[in-house]
Design a protein around this ligand. Structure first.
Ligand code: EPZ
Length: 419
């Protein structure tokens, strides 16, 4: 088992280049199935969620090469009989293949995606939208069988702007003989970018408004070469590091517009974020940050739930008290106990964490139990007095290509030990 040992880090400086976005490359790997030939994605992050998804694609008979951040997916060997590879149970984002598989094979059987450490992760919105398109769905405890041989035009308004449900409906509709109006869609930047890339492949997706699209199904999609946008959640994690440790850092490979929802919060807490170039920002903080009275997570363009744990660390040492409300996932306060063991003062009432900022945290042994909480504990170790040891770091590798290198490049003091 490997673990991180982290010492207090101060006055960060230098340049971090942000990896490609995990929450864009995963749906794109499903989208690649819709074209015949070799699709290439540049700036693909080398994270374990991508590695698992590669195994799912290889399980379907695709040939996948991944070298030097370039992912190439050759779908000419696709074999529908292989569906349901053992890896698909491992990851809920494998359910993102449902839309693409139904489009390609007309029927599909996939394992019921389990919940994860942050919540139940239901798929009712996905299934309701599929049924409104004419998909016949049978589900039992473990599996879902879907039949998309008789699709129909539909106006679908999602009950909630679910990222995954939006992606699944788009992936089913783009290459089916249907006209779909999809309303109340998720507005995350990754969705817009996925649609732009699908349109490059020959899809006909038109934006009626920020939250409504029209999809005119086409017969064929062609393979493309596309570049994955920077990961805004990694960028937000590193902005938080500057707020905690102080300093002056350039974060490159990121579009400032994709930071909507979080940059305003950081700015109001006292972290200065300015445009440095068209794809880089300058982040400065030279004083103790100040808590806002209340922050709540919302779908984009609100404050992103994936930055809630890093922000909890920042709030725990900022001046004043904040009520931090988590509206997206029911179990996303998993680092509260660990932070309180480091000297934080956090109380939880249902989905609200009341955080009284303390002067400092103290290093101790802590354990990561999920992706963003794990990254947040790394930040806590960087601001704590003394030494912090973090186990469970495999969770962090699901979404961060190399958080240790990235943060050490700007002055972090993180060492990885293998036991
Ligand atoms: C995506 O998850 C991201 N994952 C998550 O990132 C992110 O936190 C989330 O969107 C919200 O932005 C990927 O893109 C791979 P949702 P997804 O469907 O699609 C409820 C990370 O750390 N819901 O928008 O699963 C659901 O319970 C991960 O990178 C239903 O009720 O999120 C949740 O409360 C974590 N029924 C809310 O909607 C459904 O059918 C948001 O879920 C679907 C969702």
């Amino acid at each position: 088992m490997s673990y991180f040992v982290i010492n207090k880090s101060e006055d960060l400086s230098g340049v971090i280049k942000v990896q490609g976005a995990k929450n864009l490359i995963l749906p794109l790997m499903a989208a690649a199935l819709l074209s015949e030939g070799i699709t290439i994605f540049e700036n693909c992050p080398d994270i374990s969620d991508v590695r698992y998804t590669i195994k799912i694609l290889e399980g379907f008979g695709c040939r996948v090469d991944f070298y030097d951040s370039t992912l190439s997916i050759d779908t000419r060997g696709f074999n529908p009989c292989n569906i349901g590879s053992k890896y698909s149970e491992k990851m809920r984002s494998s359910f993102l293949f449902m839309g693409a598989l139904l489009s390609k094979c007309k029927t599909a059987k996939l394992s019921m995606p389990g919940g994860c450490n942050i919540g139940r992760r239901p798929i009712d919105i996905h299934l309701k939208a599929f049924r409104e398109m004419g998909v016949k769905i049978a589900e039992d405890r473990d599996e879902i069988f879907a039949d998309a041989r008789y699709l129909r035009d539909a106006y679908i308004k999602l009950d909630f702007p679910s990222v995954g449900a939006t992606e699944n409906v788009i992936l089913l509709a783009v290459k089916s003989n249907v006209h779909i109006v999809l309303d109340n869609i998720a507005r995350e930047p990754e969705i817009k970018e996925m649609c732009n890339i699908l349109n490059k492949m020959g899809a006909k997706i038109c934006w009626e408004s920020d939250s409504r699209i029209e999809i005119y199904g086409v017969d064929k999609l062609k393979p493309v070469r596309a570049r994955v946008m920077g990961d805004r959640i990694c960028a937000g994690t590193y902005i938080t590091a500057v707020g905690l440790c102080g300093g002056d850092v350039i974060i490159s490979g990121i579009d400032n517009n994709s930071l909507l929802g979080m940059s305003d919060i950081f700015l109001r807490m006292g972290i200065e974020i300015t445009n440095n170039s068209k794809d880089s920002i300058r982040v400065r903080c030279n004083r103790r940050t100040t808590n806002l009275t209340s922050i709540h997570t919302e779908p984009f363009p609100g404050f992103p739930t994936d930055i809630q744990s890093p922000l909890m660390v920042l709030a725990s040492v900022s001046m004043g008290t904040v009520r931090l409300t988590e509206n997206l996932f029911e179990n996303r306060f998993r680092i509260v106990n660990e932070l309180n063991r480091m000297g934080a003062d956090i109380k939880v009432e249902n989905n609200v964490a009341i955080i009284n900022g303390v002067d400092s945290l103290r290093g101790t042994d802590v354990r990561a139990t999920e992706l963003r909480g794990g990254a947040a504990l790394v930040l806590a170790g960087m601001v704590a007095n003394g030494v912090t040891r973090i186990t469970g770091i495999q969770y962090i590798a699901r979404g961060y290509e190399n958080i240790l290198n990235d943060l050490n490049k700007i002055g972090g003091k993180i060492v990885c030990h293998m036991e």
